[in-house]
Design a protein around this ligand. Sequence first.
Ligand code: DOR
Ligand code: ZN
Length: 348
Amino acid sequence: MSILEIIKPDDWHVHFREGDFIKSLVPETSKLYNRVIVMPNLSNPITSIAQIKKYKNEILNNSVNKNFEPLMTFYLTESLDVNELIKAFKNNLVFAVKLYPSGATTNSAKGVKNFKNIFPVLEKMSEKNIPLLIHGEVNDKKIDIFDREKIFIENELIPIIEKFPFLKITLEHITTKFAVDFVEKSNSNIKASITPHHLILNRTDLLEHKIKPHYYCLPILKKEQDRKSLVAAATSGSQNFFLGTDSAPHHINDKENECGCAGVFNTINSIQMITQIFDNENRLNNLESFLSKNGPNHYSLPENKDKIILKKLSKPLKFNKYLENNNYKIRIFNPPFPIYWDIKEELI
Ligand code: DOR
Ligand code: ZN
């Protein structure tokens, strides 16, 4: 198979940042995807309608795709104003709410410390059918970083699910076999997104011989058996898993630093490398489910009407090393294998 036609994909988890970044990041994403869920972890987290309106306008002003739709999120703090959330949801301004355990990742200091304190908000979200998007890691010095996803599921997620069985939940950027198995056996309200980098890399890639700061992300890369389990889940055709790139750019100086930030910028070649992974697994028949069908199915949205054509090249695809201008320089994720698939054209 060297030509594939699929429904245009959506990215169910992306970071656009602010200021100069947004002007380059939105064009790159809107070229490739129709709908995206936009993360709210700005330096001043998004918790109000006024912030959402301003941010969404800025994003739309930089879009290069007339069908591009940024789906906005509120940042869940223990003091989030439920009335503001309901009002935003009723007016179609907010699509979902993002839960960051406090301190777990970039700009998460204002996230949740005591999960019981958010139960009243979760109750309302369940009632109104507002999806909860979860960064599923505990932030606890006593818990080893490689165990934080599993312990979060056991100690925090299970009680949330037991108390709110009808709440629509996305366990985001899952990284472990434990999470894959958990989602597979959970009720249909809980699904998971998976990133390109967690499908491609394991912790040995990050740490062996020399440390690779551009592979550092959160949740941290896990063992090869975990990565294999993610690939099996994504390529299986199961409706429980869909793409969320978690494309999370940082300025190169903030990555190559004695205290480097977590995040992989993968937007530019994301669809191409996902296609290559499915090809390597002989699962191209399930590509459209993972990229374009399972996400809308989970979020009760229609599938996109547009299509894209993917073509297999005779030589590996070349792409730039950096996305840069006078004000910033961002490393583009470079997977450790050749990519032969490119986007040929769009059928609109
Ligand atoms: O690697 C990550 N980077 N993981 C996250 O959860 C946040 C993200 C960011 O915003 O930099
Ligand atoms: Zn993220």
